[in-house]
Design a protein around this ligand. Structure first.
Ligand code: 5GP
Ligand code: ZN
Length: 112
């Protein structure tokens, strides 16, 4: 996807504050953080949303990367939230599947 900002970031073609990079994904600080620590996990492979995703192994790897990110930014012991927004009602604004890792404060429930 040539016009996709997350494709460009994942390929290293656009600047981002990288927390961890693997061959399959990149974890970056969100440009508009909703918590003291807000990191996005972006797969290199472009898939619009969870609705179109089929790769079980890679989705599992993204979740494992979320755990590694939490450890790296030192929110693993305090606790954190992993979020995957899907589509319009889910609040997805960038149509390239990604996970949010949010922490550094107590999260509210239910989410808005
Ligand atoms: P969504 O709403 O699709 O679940 O999440 C998209 C997230 O990407 C938002 O939290 C937004 O702040 C973040 N975002 C959008 N464009 C950029 C960008 O160019 N760089 C970074 N680091 N974050 C971005
Ligand atoms: Zn993309």
């Amino acid at each position: 996807m040539t016009d996709c900002i997350f494709c460009k970031i994942a390929k290293g073609e656009s600047k981002a504050d990288v927390v961890i990079r693997t061959p399959d994904a990149v974890a970056i600080r969100d440009v508009n953080p909703q918590a003291p620590d807000h990191v996005l996990i972006i797969p290199v492979k472009h898939v619009d949303s969870l609705n179109d995703w089929t790769d079980v192994e890679l989705l599992g790897a993204l979740m494992m990367l979320a755990k590694e990110v939490a450890r790296k930014v030192m929110i693993d012991h305090g606790g954190y939230r992993v979020v995957l927004n899907v589509g319009n009602h889910g609040g997805q604004t960038v149509p390239h599947l990604h996970l949010h890792v949010l922490g550094g404060r107590r999260m509210k429930w239910p989410p808005g």
